[in-house]
Design a protein around this ligand. Structure first.
Ligand code: XLS
Ligand code: NI
Ligand code: NI
Length: 437
């Protein structure tokens, strides 16, 4: 096949002074940060759905994307051709990992059996290109939200036949992810929620979802798949309410059903924002529970209440994100998956490169700034000092669970009043943060 991006060569690092739009200014894959190459800190992944299947269509407008290799059909031939284009893209942009849904890469057939067969053909092609290029699968997933059969949910459907169908689809997607050496498997419950509580048995739906996830974890063990299983929280859209609302809600669900041993979280920046949080907040919550598996890197727009999936170009967000990643000691099987799409006005093939370069450079800077803040140490030192009263005998005894209310009352009566207060110094800390940028 003729190259899909004939005018674009492999993107190189040229440094901050470069004016070449098709070069990295900050992402220098092998440059060491805190003793580790940037590419191993960041572990970028490209999402097949946005990059290969996004056509720019939205509710008020027809497709806008110019994709010379596309016939926009659902034929197997087209699906095979897309794989080739995708790997050319990965090679040229210098991204080592990718993520997919079963139905992004291969067309749905007339029956489940036919869908499985289509998927096998494409999986073999993906394997061939992985072997030839050394590119790897970060995670796979099953698309359980587009087809009308899932209108009422998949694992939470009121229709048991749909539940069975969804289980079969996940089983197959997990097998293929395993065959392709995937490092993870994600559950994003786009339809696992409700539009109205008038027609919903919430308790029963949550019980079913837990059963679904339990069977998935059992099957993972059965086939010897060693990738991590992850839930991707999202508050809403397409449903009015989604059960995996945010990190804290999802962790509570996993704990309640004893699933925390098998599942971690795949957090998405835009989803944290939809829940009314920052990504930094959801990351802190997940890290505190030792359950941050991977990240869908993008960003939303604070003026809009939906999942705009923009490429992450906000330095504050990428810096906070990388501070969290460094704090937890880096990814193991996770990475930064660009669950991001070009704006429908950015319709040329070349825009796919500009968008990924923008996201990669912004994350590279976020990483360097985060490392600088850590090296500077003033913020960490401040936080440590803020809690220093707990480092004395009283604090240690309380933390060890060796005190009771009666004893504390005695101490408080003796004190008469609290006399030592320290400022929170928020503005001072924000200035240190800004100095590092
Ligand atoms: C949608 C989700 C989806 C998941 C994978 O909002 O982000 O793309 O990442 O199903
Ligand atoms: Ni996502
Ligand atoms: Ni999303």
């Amino acid at each position: 096949m003729r190259e899909a991006f004939p005018n674009i060569k492999k993107i190189k690092y040229e440094g901050a002074d470069s004016r070449n739009p098709l070069a990295f200014k900050h992402y220098n894959a092998d440059e060491l940060v805190e003793g580790k190459p940037m590419k191993d800190h960041l572990r970028f992944a490209c999402s097949y759905w946005h990059t290969m299947r996004g056509n720019g269509q939205e509710i008020f407008g027809f497709p806008t994307m110019l994709r010379p290799w596309e016939d926009w059909s659902t034929s197997i031939e087209m699906a095979l051709k897309r794989v080739e284009v995708f790997f050319e893209f990965l090679e040229k942009v210098g991204i080592d990992y990718y993520c997919f849904h079963d139905r992004d890469v291969s067309p749905e057939g007339a029956t489940l059996k036919e869908s499985h067969q289509n998927f096998d053909i494409i999986a073999a092609e993906l394997k061939k290109f992985q072997d030839a290029t050394g590119k790897k699968l970060l995670w796979g997933t099953a698309q359980l939200f587009m087809h009308p059969r899932y209108m009422h949910g998949a694992g939470t459907s009121p229709n048991v036949e749909v539940f069975a169908f969804a289980a079969a689809q996940v089983k197959k997607a997990m097998e293929v992810t395993h065959e392709l050496g995937g490092e993870g498997y994600v559950f994003w419950g786009g339809r696992e929620g409700y539009q109205s509580l008038l027609n919903t048995d919430l308790k029963r739906e949550l019980d079913h979802l837990a059963q679904f996830l339990k069977m998935a974890a059992d099957y993972k063990r059965e086939i010897g798949f060693t990738g991590q299983l992850m839930i991707e929280p999202k508050a809403k859209e397409p449903m009015k309410h989604q059960y995996d609302t945010d990190a804290a809600t999802t962790l509570n669900f996993l704990r309640q059903y004893d699933l925390l041993k098998d599942y971690s979280l795949n957090l998405e920046t835009n989803h944290a924002q939809l829940a009314g949080h920052t990504m930094q907040h959801d990351m802190e919550v997940a890290i505190a529970a030792d359950a941050l598996g991977s990240i869908d890197a993008n960003m939303g727009d604070w003026q809009l209440g939906w999942d705009t999936d923009q490429f992450p170009t906000d330095l504050y967000i990428t810096t906070h994100t990388m501070l969290g990643v460094l704090k937890m000691g880096g990814f193991t099987q996770g990475g930064l998956n660009f669950d991001s799409k070009v704006r429908r006005e950015s319709f040329e093939p070349e825009d796919l490169f500009h968008a990924h370069i923008a996201g990669m450079d912004t994350f590279a800077r976020g990483l360097k700034i985060a490392a600088k803040i850590r090296k500077d140490g003033r913020i960490a030192e401040f936080v440590k000092d803020r809690y220093s009263s707990w480092d004395g005998e009283l604090g240690e005894k309380i933390e060890r669970g060796e005190m009771n209310f009666r004893e504390l009352e005695e101490i408080a009566l003796e004190m008469g009043e609290v006399h030592t207060y320290k400022s929170g110094r928020q503005e001072y800390l924000e200035t240190i943060f800004n100095e590092s940028i």
